[in-house]
Design a protein around this ligand. Structure first.
Ligand code: PMP
Length: 311
């Protein structure tokens, strides 16, 4: 993983080794931060562009609103800061991690006090396939996690809030330790929600289902995929489903900025799909995967004319 040598911190681009934070940072102790995961891609016409940058920065603002924090930079300022950071690091294609958090805090109690200092940083690094090269090509192997998504009044699912990711870290590490690529989390009632860092789709008899918004992060890739699939004439339902319904799907895939479109080969030691096709990515998933790769590179202009921000 090659990291950018420059970081944007509170309005200035500084050498990465100078971007240091205090041990009195409130977010380090209590998880009071919010972040985004964004990707920039080399474009077919040359140069690089950031995919759905405005929507990511709007979600960052919403995460901070959920935390009841005042954001010191507007969406427009953060958009400009992102492209400038990519430029400063010489990256046409990279992963981008904006993070905003309660910084050095005088009391360091759970109560950060009125108007605590919110620091904002933007980091870049080069990141390949999130669920591995095998995962993205042949399909990932998943396990239903023993950890569940917290109740909607415990974790704020519409916020990408740092402290809440302990739940994802536990699920992910459990899945890896058991020899799988990723864990899928159920909700408290036993229905599927999402992966530790991806949304979930299943296809059965031509109907596409994805878990409803109430218990999951409103993924920007999920929104892109729903728009794409509807445009392709597929019916897409936001519907609850159980693990046994999932095992019997014809096709399953995960979506996320990091994971992009990752086909699912197997869940709980059951190959997905039937007969000779079992365990192989299905036709809808394969077309979506290659069209998504084209959309993000500006090579399928009928989709999302406003989804790419040039670096
Ligand atoms: N769910 C969770 C829990 C995530 O962390 C992510 C990654 N941000 C997603 C879904 C996918 O969201 P997006 O498509 O916006 O990256």
């Amino acid at each position: 993983m090659a990291r950018g040598s420059k970081i944007w911190l509170n309005g200035k681009i500084v050498p990465a080794e100078e971007a240091r934070i205090s041990l009195f940072t409130h977010a380090l102790h209590y998880g009071t931060g919010a972040f985004e995961g964004i990707r920039a891609y080399k474009q077919k016409k040359g140069g690089g562009a950031v995919f759905r940058l405005v929507e990511h920065m709007e979600r960052l603002h919403e995460s901070l609103k959920i935390l009841n924090l005042t954001v010191p930079f507007s969406v427009e300022q953060l958009v400009k800061a992102t492209t400038e950071t990519c430029k400063a690091n010489g990256f046409d294609e990279c992963y981008i991690r904006p993070i905003a958090y309660i910084g050095d805090n005088p009391s360091l109690g759970v109560n950060p006090g009125a108007n605590p200092i919110v620091d904002v940083a933007i980091l870049n690094w080069e990141w390949g396939s999130y669920l591995g090269d095998k995962g993205i090509h042949e399909g990932a192997r998943l396990k239903i996690s023993s950890f569940i998504r917290p109740h909607v009044n415990s974790a704020m699912t519409k916020g990408k809030i740092t402290g809440q990711y302990v739940n994802s870290v536990l699920a992910k590490r459990e899945a890896i330790a058991m020899g799988y690529d990723e864990g899928l989390l159920l909700d408290a009632e036993g229905y599927l929600t999402e992966g530790s860092g991806e949304n979930l789709f299943m296809i059965k008899n031509g109907v596409v289902k994805t878990t409803p918004l109430n218990s999951i992060l409103n993924g920007i890739t999920r929104q892109t995929v729903i728009e794409y699939l509807k445009h392709q004439g597929h019916e897409v339902q936001g519907a609850r489903f159980t693990r046994d319904e999932l095992w019997c799907a014809d096709e399953i895939f995960l979506t996320g900025t990091a994971a992009e479109i990752t086909p699912v080969q197997e869940i709980d030691n059951r190959l997905i799909g039937k007969g000779a096709k079992a365990g192989k990515p299905g036709p809808i998933t394969l077309k979506l995967k290659s069209d998504y790769a084209a959309i993000v590179r500006g090579d399928l202009p009928e989709y999302g004319k406003n989804w790419l921000t040039a670096i």
